[in-house]
Design a protein around this ligand. Sequence first.
Ligand SMILES: NC(=O)c1ccc[n+]([C@@H]2O[C@H](COP(=O)([O-])OP(=O)(O)OC[C@H]3O[C@@H](n4cnc5c(N)ncnc54)[C@H](OP(=O)(O)O)[C@@H]3O)[C@@H](O)[C@H]2O)c1
Length: 324
Amino acid sequence: MRIVTQSRYGGPDVLEIRDVPRPVPKENEILVRVEAFSVTLADCAFRKADPFITRFFNGLLRPKNLVLGDDIGGVVEAVGSAVTRFAVGDAIFGSVGSSLGGAADYVCLAEDAAVVRRPDGLDAGQGAGLSYGYLTAMPFMRDEGQVKPGDHVLINGAAGSVGAVALQLARHFGAEVTAVCSARHADLMRALGADHVIDRNEADFTTARDAYDVIFDAVGKSSFGRCRAALKPGGIYLTTVPSLAIIWHMLTKRAPGRRGRLATTGLRPVSAKRADLAVLAELVEAGAVRAVTDRRFPLTEVVEAHRYVETERKAGDVVVEMAW
Ligand SMILES: NC(=O)c1ccc[n+]([C@@H]2O[C@H](COP(=O)([O-])OP(=O)(O)OC[C@H]3O[C@@H](n4cnc5c(N)ncnc54)[C@H](OP(=O)(O)O)[C@@H]3O)[C@@H](O)[C@H]2O)c1
């Protein structure tokens, strides 16, 4: 079977497509025929080991995972003798987890991995893209931001994979939502439910005063210091990207009344991710969350897919499809 691999850290050109034997599921595993996997800024960060901290998960000197790829959509091809949750032919989507392995024709997963059945109408590529954006956005909106009806939520980077789902979840939780993006994505933001759109090239959202209950920087381009005054007293600033300032703030709990938080959503327990994906399937079926797929690349263009993601200009998700 074909896999995407890398033997050293670096730019998109370090990616290689290789052939390896197809894995065989153990008694408590399922064998998934991967139809699509997502390519995200997180994948790029791990590929180039930037930030350095990724090396603590993926190998200090060189990448330790043979096969790349976290979020996937596919079909169960075979099941181990003790498997009860899935049957051959089930369409699934979800996250392979930190050991990776989704960028391949097949991957073996424990039956209690963070994958669930795919709802009707969600294709494999959409599932792979949504899995990443949602598993990041949901903990921020529900657990960290505790978004509730009547809250005013601002999302910076609202057109990205994480932001587009965060926007829809904030609306689902009953909030008034302001999306920050460039003008070319304004219509998409309104279509996803944004009440207000700020063109980031025309206006600086941080000049607002006492305006937002939650500011979620989905792309980590702002700072708590710059956003603090735009929060209402008691408001919270959330970011996906670690900085020394936010970590220092969280450790020292400065600035009572307005808080800043970073969350590491990728490190949540598999059981929590699986439960949340089951909720996502319901939200998709109910029409509360939909996938936004920017581009689909064939496997042979996986390098181009990484290059495109690194432009940081995509709207929603980029996926690689195995059959083209
Ligand atoms: N904390 C965690 O556990 C965790 C987990 C997963 C991912 N992450 C991180 O979370 C981030 C998620 O990003 P993503 O995947 O959603 O990104 P993405 O999809 O690549 O974001 C692309 C979008 O960013 C917008 N953008 C580009 N530059 C911007 C700027 N200077 N200010 C505001 N918006 C800008 C662009 O829209 P416009 O041009 O329209 O603005 C574009 O649509 C990544 O950095 C990833 O590493 C963290």
